[in-house]
Design a protein around this ligand. Structure first.
Ligand SMILES: O=C(O)CCC(=O)C(=O)O
Length: 259
């Protein structure tokens, strides 16, 4: 009997290792997207807790207080994995597991309930921009080697605030002086400007999935369209890469992906 075809080609595998990200087009089944979008839309209609509001982050474009216009704008529906079976099915499903076992070159992959694990709900009017950062800045694991999986539940474009990435930055080292107090890249430094000039815009179609390394610099703009942009985001690590006890990264149990 022939061995099953590998999920990723050697070229895709090498591209992820070189660039720190990979887009798998049309990876999510349409019926699952429809189902998940319906749940997310219902939850967003009532800001079903737990949510993160735009005011909580105070990023560029965020309303300043809950009392002003747009102050009740939800940025993320948190704890997606616990919210609904539709999200659990996707997060632990064969499409994601197949790609992640290839990218980690490991069979034992675990979903972290502590990071991302959310539906990003970038809304027109009051959404914020996210400056250049690495997700690992606040995460505490034995190794800075996690992968986030970003599902576009609708088209993601420059206009509605899609992600931008700086390829290869997951492999570079950065001195502390390159960052501001919140660990965003300082835009005033010439060496940071040079780096930002290498950014790529990651436009996605509905159903496309972006896999990106936790050390990869990324940023995103505001949503300047008329419709909410829904993106479902989960983060994974190898079973051997443990969260450090007592940190935020160890607050909730990881979910091993079953073969
Ligand atoms: O859509 C955005 O604003 C980017 C979100 C992001 O980069 C993050 O949560 O790490």
């Amino acid at each position: 009997m022939n061995a099953p075809a590998p999920v990723l080609t050697d070229i895709e595998q090498a591209a992820f290792e070189r660039d720190g990200y990979l887009v798998c087009q049309g990876l999510a089944p349409e019926d699952q997207i429809e189902n998940m979008l319906a749940v997310a839309t219902d939850h967003l209609a009532v800001n079903l807790a737990p949510v993160e509001y735009e005011v909580d982050v105070q990023y560029p474009g965020s309303p300043v207080s809950m009392d002003e216009p747009g102050g009740q704008t939800c940025r993320r529906l948190l704890h997606a994995y616990a919210r609904d079976e539709a999200f659990r099915r996707w997060a632990a499903g064969p499409e994601i597991r197949g790609v992640l076992t290839a990218l980690f070159r490991a069979d034992d992959v675990v979903l972290s309930q502590c990071h991302h694990n959310c539906v990003m709900t970038k809304q027109p009017g009051f959404s914020s921009a996210t400056l250049w950062h690495q997700d690992n800045r606040y995460w505490s694991f034995d190794q800075q080697n996690l992968i986030s999986v970003w599902l576009a539940m609708g088209d993601e474009t420059r206009q509605n605030g899609c992600l931008r990435v700086i390829p290869g930055t997951h492999r570079m080292q950065f001195e502390p002086g390159r960052f501001d107090a919140a660990l965003f890249l300082r835009p005033d430094l010439p060496e940071n400007k040079t780096l930002m000039a290498q950014a790529r815009v990651v436009e996605l179609h509905r159903g496309d999935v972006l896999f990106f390394h936790s050390r990869l610099f990324h940023a995103a703009g505001r949503n300047l369209s008329e419709e909410t942009k829904f993106s479902l985001v989960f983060t994974y690590h190898e079973a051997a890469n443990n969260p450090i006890e007592g940190t935020r990264s160890a607050r909730f149990p990881g979910i091993p992906l079953e073969a």
